[in-house]
Design a protein around this ligand. Sequence first.
Ligand SMILES: *Cc1c(COP(=O)(O)O)cnc(C)c1O
Length: 394
Amino acid sequence: MATQDIKSITDQFIANTYARQPILLTRGEGVTLWDDKGNQYTDFLAGIAVCILGHAHPAVADAVCAQARKLCHVSNLFYTEPAAMLAKQLTDHSFADRVFFGNSGAEANEAAIKLSRKYAKENGHPERYRIITAEKSFHGRTMATLSATGQHKIHAGFEPLVEGFDYVPYNDLAAVRSAITDETCAILVEPVQGEGGVIVPDPGYLKGLRELCTENEILLMLDEIQTGMGRTGKLFAHEHFGITPDVATLAKGIANGLPMGAMLATEKAAEALTPGSHASTFGGNPVAAAAALVVVETLLHKGVLENCVSVGATFKDKLLALADSHDCVKNVRGLGLMLGMELDRDAMDLVARLRDKGFLVNCTQGTVLRFVPPLIITEKEIDALCAALDEVLP
Ligand SMILES: *Cc1c(COP(=O)(O)O)cnc(C)c1O
């Protein structure tokens, strides 16, 4: 079908919820994408921090094909091997004892929100149901997760919100301390805020939250949907801060582009969930789980995390150097390969200009260029992007 036809059918028949960039992508390999005209792009977006091993990863493709030929879906009314093995891998390599599988980030957070309320009730606190979340957070677009999100623009038009979320400024322990009441059951935050503009908290922030949660016997729940699966140079971002949560949620990178979400929990927290209390038809789907198994194996044993740490550091240094030579850059921040460059002006037109030069990047909060490439990106591509940035930055 002709490009223009695909665009007009999309614009006419798909719900009008996205402002799409004007290119039609047809193929990818590693960190490179091609459009239908044969133009080539280096991907610094990875489908919004999703394709962490790059596009068309051979081992992921093989695992997906092999599983699709065996069994795509049977429901959680039966045992299947990929989900079992994935749960074992995720718990072996994290604080968690149990995993609940869903299909998206929002669903993983829904599971966490439901778990925290039930946990309070099961542990003798029926009065506790409120969850403290942060301003500028992003937790998803379902009613509960948009209500958890501390951004008015995400709420607008969908009121009344789900009751029971208290927003506090991010990276402000005193604000959290004073927001805790007898009705609080949990704190839910991102270890590094993504959508909010790539905000890394002070080193003591998560530790302080951990202490507050332990003191008050409430759950510390980390939204690692963007930061998890190696994005920040550790398997989970909370490992940088020397703490473990009670609950963590994953999605984005977990299956390199197949839809999957997961909620990790300690045994104590997970005990609140019993047969019939929560469910998802597709959760732990064999095909997505087969892909995720390759992701975990490759991250841990094929040098991907190490690459993320080393090229992430180089990338940040180069962005900082650009900040020195371009006054419009206010700030460069981030961890691993989750980096942001904040400008003193709107950054949307730079996204288009970089695309014209063959680089896909993203802009968040209007003024922050966000770089979340596949974790296999190399210095060569980073050098090329930085040269292009040098040209397009005012
Ligand atoms: C993307 C994201 C979500 C929502 O994930 P969906 O799969 O779009 O539902 C939630 N939290 C964070 C931190 C995210 O980055």
